[in-house]
Design a protein around this ligand. Structure first.
Ligand SMILES: *Cc1c(COP(=O)(O)O)cnc(C)c1O
Length: 362
């Protein structure tokens, strides 16, 4: 009789053997009081759930959620797909448009890790066109892959650099790939940015796909709800691979409440509060000579290059403050990413960093 370990080793797909599960912020650390490591919102809002229909399967694409998000994003309802977070949107695109063992995607590191992880899980190759040192696209390099990849993932504002991709560059990429690939613009942080994103371009660019989420600005990471915006014909293809009931009924109810007029007003206020905290935090970080802000702050986090990065991380963990190490990413040696917390959390963070460098300086 085989042991479970032997079965796990012998039966799992060959391409999965070398893969590690995604190191989400939540998997890396579980304790702590100040969670500034997953770009979550510091706000938590109240919702009500009506349990009358929990004995029934939910709608695959709940109408109230779809029409509310279409209204919010100013697109047609047939251009919206709702899924378990934007992460599921990434996975559905890969499963629907890439042939395992044959097709490839293009990513532009340093960037969000899930594009490559999702691709590898389905045996899809990953090509890279690294961002330049100022974190703009290296257009020549991106265009080298025309005809060689099926999906191009561009994150704007980019996680973890907080930089936006210039509109002209994006349009050049969309044009270059117009007959051969979908260009997926991940706008998980668009509500915090200066620009309003590129959902408005959907009519003009049939190969554009926009990813959105309720996890960041809407302060709803816990419900797992994201959106894929694309031409109706592209959305129809995604229907072929999405689960029959991707969205639990309570999630649909909460999402619909978050997207009603009152919910949107509340989120708008929270975003402007967060922008103020972001400004204040950035200023405090800039005043610490051992830290250098890197990239931009178009999202709800700040990236800094830190002296004694590892000792600083360890000190913060000992104080119950969790931030995210990004130093293994391209161009980001010694870099740490700090999500914007509330005023008290940001103050505790600054006090802890200041104390650390004072003690180190002695
Ligand atoms: C957080 C994040 C996501 C995931 O969003 P979910 O809706 O929580 O799955 C997608 N893209 C980027 C760039 C993110 O930072």
């Amino acid at each position: 009789m085989s042991t479970a370990l032997e079965l796990a080793e012998n039966l799992q797909c060959a391409h999965l053997k070398a893969l590690q599960p995604y190191q989400s912020a939540r998997r890396l650390f579980s304790g702590g009081q100040d969670w500034l490591n997953a770009n979550e919102s510091p706000f938590s809002n109240d919702f009500t759930v009506n349990c009358d229909t929990l004995n029934r399967y939910p709608d695959c694409q709940p109408k109230a959620v779809i029409s509310a998000y279409a209204g919010y994003a100013n697109v047609g309802t047939e251009q919206v797909l709702v899924s378990r977070g934007a992460d599921e949107g990434i996975e559905l695109l890969i499963r629907a448009f890439c042939q395992p063992g044959q097709d490839r995607i293009l990513i532009c590191p340093p960037t969000y890790g899930m594009y490559a992880i999702s691709a590898e899980t389905f045996q899809i190759g990953v090509e890279t066109a690294p961002l330049q040192t100022d974190f703009s696209l290296n257009l020549n390099h991106v265009l080298d892959y025309v005809g060689k990849v099926k999906l191009v993932f561009i994150c704007s504002p980019n996680n973890p650099t907080g930089t936006e991709i210039n509109e002209q560059q994006l349009k050049t990429v969309l044009d270059a790939y117009k007959d051969s690939a979908l260009v997926v613009v991940d706008e998980a942080y668009i509500e915090f940015a200066q620009s309003s994103g590129c959902a408005d371009w959907l009519a003009e660019y049939p190969n554009l796909v926009v990813l959105r989420t309720l996890s960041k600005a809407f302060a709803l990471a816990g419900i797992r709800c994201g959106f894929t915006l694309a031409a109706p014909e592209i959305i129809q293809v995604l229907y072929k691979v999405i689960a029959p009931y991707p969205l639990p009924e309570p999630v649909a109810q909460i999402a619909a409440q978050a997207l009603c007029a009152e919910g949107l007003k509340r989120v708008e206020n929270q975003i402007s509060q967060l922008r103020q905290w972001r400004q204040a935090l950035l200023k405090s970080l800039e005043n610490i000579s051992q830290l250098t802000p890197v990239g931009d702050t178009q999202a709800n986090f700040v990236l800094v290059r830190a002296d004694k990065k590892q000792a600083l991380m360890d000190h913060l963990v000992s104080q119950g403050i969790l931030i995210r190490d990004q130093s293994k990413q391209l161009h980001l040696d010694h870099c740490l990413r700090i999500s914007i917390g509330n005023e008290e959390q940001n103050q505790r963070l600054i006090a802890a960093i200041t104390a650390f460098y004072q003690q180190e300086g002695q």
